[in-house]
Design a protein around this ligand. Structure first.
Ligand code: GSH
Length: 208
């Protein structure tokens, strides 16, 4: 089996989701640093890997895949891990992934980008996104009051995707204290074998 290669940048939440899933599945991978600041993601060599010119991308043999959600589903299928145990669980995993993509990821990542200075925007824009993140966190907190993980009784890639958003809440200046079920669930995720923080999963340069 050829080694997987993950393309990304260490500051990227979606890249972290892919790297974290690989780590939780116990799969080694090569890593290619894509320097977004110099525009490497818009150069022809990289566009041949990801036509949308974004990170992350995963190269698995002849397959070049982008969008963290599709990468997570591919890894779950390929390794038969973290994808849900039954057809219903697999459907629920996809449901959470689409919800996360719609309601959570942009509303955490954009305020984070504003706070970190990657995105220039007025405070009312920040407040709009942070408010929408709060709405999503309420929904998440209510779900996690009823179960230890999002789907079934084990962590799935749905948990990885959602963790990959909420773990940046601090950088986005979004307080998680009002969501105790979310913070308790984060602690459960952080105890899983293979769990790593983003700084430990994503190197700042290429890695074999
Ligand atoms: N929905 C995508 C989002 C990917 C994304 O926004 N990547 C950012 C870095 S975190 C990027 O490549 N930005 C550069 C650009 O969009 O031109 C995913 O989950 O993979």
């Amino acid at each position: 089996m050829s080694k997987l290669t993950l393309y990304g940048i260490w500051l990227s939440g979606p890249t972290y989701k892919a790297g974290l899933a690989l780590s939780l599945m116990g799969q080694p991978f090569a890593y290619k640093h894509v320097d977004l600041r110099s525009g490497a993601h818009k150069q022809p060599e990289y566009l041949a890997i990801n036509r949308f010119g974004q990170v992350p991308a995963l190269v698995d043999g002849d397959l070049k895949l982008c969008q963290s959600g599709s990468i997570l589903l591919h890894l779950a299928d390929k390794f038969g891990k973290m994808g849900g145990k039954t057809a219903e669980e697999r459907a629920r995993v996809r449901e959470w992934l689409f919800w996360e993509f719609d309601k959570l990821a942009p509303n955490v990542y954009r305020p984070r980008a504003i706070k970190r200075g990657f995105l220039k925007a007025d405070d009312n824009v920040y407040q709009l996104y942070a408010g929408l993140a709060g709405d999503a966190l309420k929904v998440l907190d209510a779900s996690l009051a009823k179960s230890a993980f999002l789907v079934g009784n084990e962590a799935t890639v749905a948990d990885v995707a959602v963790y990959g958003d909420v773990s940046y809440a601090g950088e986005a200046a979004i307080d998680l204290a009002p969501y105790p079920n979310v913070t308790a669930w984060m602690e459960r995720i952080e105890k899983l074998p293979g769990f790593k923080k983003y700084e430990e999963v994503l190197p700042k340069q290429d890695a074999a």
